[in-house]
Every structure is written in C-alpha cells, then in structure tokens.
Design a protein around this ligand. Structure first.
Ligand code: CUA
Length: 261
C-alpha cells in the first residue's frame, strides 16, 4: 500500500519537475515578444518551439481478435509545435502490424493533426506466433528535434474462431454520417450494446468535430474528408455527442444522440 502511494508521489514529483524544466527551457527570445518574467497568454493554444509530435492514443487495446480477421484502428498524429512536422518513417515491431500515413499527410502544419491507420493481421505469418495476448509497437520517426522517434502500441487477445462463442457475437456496425453546418445526419444513431461501432463521418463544408465524452471520443473532422472513428458500445443508454469546434452561428446547436440498446 505505502509503496504504491510512495511511487505515485515519486512519479508526480518527477512529472512536475520535468514540467518545470520544460517550461524554463523554453527559449525566451522568440520572435518579437520581449521576455518579461510574466507569462504571455495567447487565446490560441500554446505551441512548442519547433516541431513536436504526439500520437494518440499511445496504446490501444483491440480486444479479442479472431485469428484470420484483420483489425484496424485510426491513431492521430498531432503537431504540437509551431513549425511543420515531417513524418520521416513508420515501422512496426512485427509484420502482422501495418501502420501508414497518407502521402499528402506526411507534412503536418503547426497545430494540425492527421490520421495514421494501423492494421493488425495475426494470420499473416501462417503460424501460431500471434496467438494469445500480444503487444505490437509502432515506431514513428519525424523531424521532432527532441523525440526523433516515438512509439505507440496495440495489444490484442488473439483466439481461433470458435474458441470463445460469446465474443464472436460482437459485430461491427458501420454508420456513415455527415457533419455539416449545423447538424449531424443521421441523428440519433442507434447501435446494440457490445457492438464494435465504426463511424465514417464526412464534413462537406468547414472544420467540425465529433465529441462523445462518455466514450472518450473527441476527433476533429477536417473539411472535405471522411474521418473514421471506432469504439465499442460497451454500455446501454442515451449519450450526447456534439461538435466541439466553433463552426459558425449554429455551432451551439450542432449536436446529437447515440442510443445504445
Ligand atoms: Cu460544427 Cu461546431
């Protein structure tokens, strides 16, 4: 018990220290702003100096995967810096795992983000190497001067078909949606409890977002693109979603409901 509490405190102290360090390390003579000791608060998000990569989520559990099926998950690569971030290379720890960023997304503007598609095919080696509980790492190289290579990971429990009957019942429900000024169509959306839900949301006009807090989802929807959002509807109920990016006069009304039956 005490040990756990101690280690939490240690982690907090280290994290806090690291935070202060990174604050004080920030070059103070940037651009034309003078450096008075006071903090300058922009209404924009503070962007780090240079290119700064962040992958989210850092790890994702695909859950139970049937041997022979291919699972997919979209990760998001965000540039938290004030200079363009270039993706220089993507590799994975195993041939069963593929990760890719579209060619046109390999340079990410300051503050921008792009999708990285990760797919996992445990049957690719045609042997039992990818059965059971596995974790695979995705390595992303970029021009981030501090973290030239960052990692994300997926994990899964890989079983053969028929090993667990009740798991096989979970289905993928794909819903195609449009997010536009100022509505989501269709709305409400209905799924069954336990469904693996895949939303394919297209924004025809301006930048919107899809924010579904009860499932930890908050994804930007770039104009003219189709964004893919996946989650497991693991609880029954009616859940509010909405657009969390200001998109014009009707932004506040741009919301909807997910019904899990
Ligand atoms: Cu769409 Cu705010």
């Amino acid at each position: 018990m005490n040990k756990t509490v101690m280690s939490i405190i240690v982690v907090l102290v280290i994290a806090g220290g690291g935070f202060m360090l990174s604050r004080s390390n920030q070059p103070s003579g940037d651009s034309m702003h003078g450096s008075s000791g006071a903090e300058i608060k922009d209404d924009k998000q503070e962007l780090a100096q240079g290119a700064k990569i962040k992958i989210s989520p850092e790890r994702f559990d695909l859950g139970t995967v049937i041997y022979g099926e291919v699972s997919e998950r979209i990760f998001t690569i965000t540039n938290l810096g004030n200079q363009p971030l270039e993706i220089l290379g993507i590799s994975t720890s195993c041939g069963c795992t593929q990760a890719e960023v579209a060619e046109e997304d390999k340079v990410i503007a300051a503050g921008g983000s792009v999708p990285m598609k990760v797919s996992f095919d445990p049957a690719v080696h045609k042997d039992d190497a990818d059965l059971g509980e596995i974790t695979r790492i995705i390595y992303v190289k970029s021009n981030d001067a501090q973290e030239g290579e960052v990692e994300a990971s997926i994990s899964a429990l890989v079983i053969r078909e028929g090993e667990m009957v009740e798991e096989a019942e979970s289905r993928v429900t794909t819903i195609q949606m449009t997010a536009r000024q100022w509505e989501f169509v269709p709305n409400p959306i209905r799924v069954k409890e336990g469904d693996q839900v895949r939303l394919e949301i297209t924004s025809p006009d301006v930048l919107h977002s899809f924010s579904l807090p009860d499932f930890g989802i908050d994804e930007e929807l770039a104009p003219g693109k189709t964004s893919i959002i996946e989650f497991v509807a693991d609880k029954k109920g009616t859940f509010d979603f909405g657009c969390a990016v200001y998109c014009g006069a009707g932004h506040g009304n741009m919301r909807g409901q997910l019904i899990v039956e």
